[in-house]
Ligand binder design. Structure first.
Ligand code: ASP
Ligand code: MG
Length: 441
């Protein structure tokens, strides 16, 4: 992404700091909540910061707009879909600017096309290519004007048509804008007060993390801890944007100077910002019930056999995650098990059915009652035994492991869905993540 900013020269005043504040759908769900958002913005403006705000549509609005498009025609034109669904953010950006102005704060709304936020031409799932932040920076300098930017949308510069970034895309808008404006931080306000060691609904003794690395967040986000759109975390890592996740429903202390450790929420930063004292072996445990397991039996054990399974799946655009191949020396054939997203299961089965001859398998099974449990932490790079501890803990509870994948900072296992909660709980305890005293939290 190319970044366009105006360089401040000569007698520029001392800039206190530059913040991007992003508010999700529940935070702008009605006018009262938009007033609440405006109070958060005012606090930062009063502290002397330059502020660009990025807003989502009101909670539920985008779903409604998507539904309307489907209703109008199931086979609708993606360009018109974008024209419709981008409107939710247009409404909230205008409303927040009105409320801020009413509080005596200089503010102006911006749609994606007005900056512009240039994107690729992939309507409904466009990627941001370039953001022109010059006018916003000018206005910070000239009149301390707050920019209220509609998230989720941009413009296809070749056709001058509105584009949208895919569901949950306003997180990505916010991070990209923070990169373009060289903001000191991108604060993502949502309805949870940070990133937890695991889902607090499963483990009441889950702890809020004060810091987590980009890489860990990427793994946690992609394995089902849905606080941020995964793409936004990848972008933050690439552009080195410091991100903070916090609740818009909490007042609390909110220091721009987080060095004193008093900051709210969870910071998502580079590994170098996390010192040894704070570092844990395991940072978090995620679970994901969105995968389905497929097994092909008696696949001929010869070179090219595995390729004959996964090539047609790849050609169909189906993402395969975990793969297990059992080598059977005696029979000359092997069973191959793998997982695909549940939403792609039907297409995967269809694709494999058609490729039966060329693959040469005997039977095709599938199972949707599975769950993937992942332990994540940069600490495991320098420690052996993390995977062994996981397998032992699950084994002691009689939880059978059906497939395994690992990365440098993650171990994932596939288990029977019914054991999800138990597995998360026992692993949380086994890795020492339980809060000491929930009552005191
Ligand atoms: N309103 C859009 C959606 O619901 C974008 C966002 O809120 O992130 O997907
Ligand atoms: Mg969201």
């Amino acid at each position: 992404m190319r970044v366009t900013i105006l360089i401040l020269t000569g007698n520029a005043r001392v800039v206190m700091g530059r913040l991007v504040m992003k508010f999700g759908g529940t935070s702008v769900a009605n006018i009262d909540r938009i007033r609440n958002v405006a109070r958060h913005v005012k606090r930062e403006v009063d502290a002397g910061h330059d502020v660009a705000v990025v807003v989502s549509a009101m909670a539920g609005k985008t779903n409604e707009l998507v539904e309307w498009c489907r209703d109008a025609s199931p086979m609708h034109d993606a360009r018109e879909y974008d024209a419709v669904v981008a409107s939710g953010e247009q409404v909230t950006s205008g409303l927040l600017a009105i409320v801020l102005q009413g509080m005596g704060i200089q503010a102006r709304s911006w749609q994606g096309w007005q900056l512009p936020i240039r994107t690729s031409d992939a309507h409904a799932s466009a990627r941001i290519v370039e953001i022109d932040g010059a006018e916003i920076v000018n206005r910070f300098k000239d009149r301390k004007e707050v920019a209220v930017i509609a998230g989720f949308q941009g413009i296809n510069p070749h056709t001058n048509r509105i584009t949208t970034l895919g569901r949950g895309g306003s997180d990505t808008s916010a991070v990209a804008i923070a990169a373009a404006l060289r903001a000191d931080r991108c604060d993502i306000y949502t309805d949870v007060d940070g990133v937890y060691t695991t889902d607090p609904r499963i483990v009441p003794r889950a702890r809020k993390l004060s810091k987590v690395t980009y890489e860990e967040m990427l793994e946690l986000a992609s394995v089902g801890a849905k606080v941020l759109q995964t793409r936004s975390v990848g972008l933050a890592m690439k552009e080195k944007v410091r991100v903070r996740v916090l609740s818009s429903f909490e007042e609390g202390r909110d220091d721009a100077n987080e060095e004193n450790g008093g900051h709210r929420g969870t910071l998502i930063v580079g590994e170098e910002e996390i010192d040894d004292m704070e570092r844990q072996l395991i940072t978090g445990i995620a679970h994901d019930k969105n995968e389905a397991k497929i097994t092909l039996t008696a696949v001929p054990d010869r070179p090219g056999a595995v390729a004959s399974i996964f090539t047609p799946l790849a050609d169909a655009g189906i993402n395969v995650d975990m793969i297990v191949q059992n080598v059977a020396h005696s029979t000359g054939s092997t069973d191959v098990t793998f997982t695909v997203p549940k939403s792609e299961l039907a297409r995967a089965l269809d694709t494999l059915g058609k490729a039966k001859e060329s693959i040469g398998y005997v039977e095709l099974f599938h199972d949707t009652r599975v769950s993937k449990i992942s332990v994540v932490g940069v600490g495991m790079r320098s420690h052996a035994g993390v995977a062994a501890a996981m397998f032992k803990t699950l084994g002691e509870r009689g939880i059978n492991i059906q497939a395994i994948t690992t990365s440098e900072i993650k171990v994932s296992v596939l288990i029977e869905e019914d054991y999800t909660e138990l597995a998360v709980r026992v692993l949380h305890t086994a890795y020492g993540l339980d809060a000491e005293d929930t009552a005191a939290e």
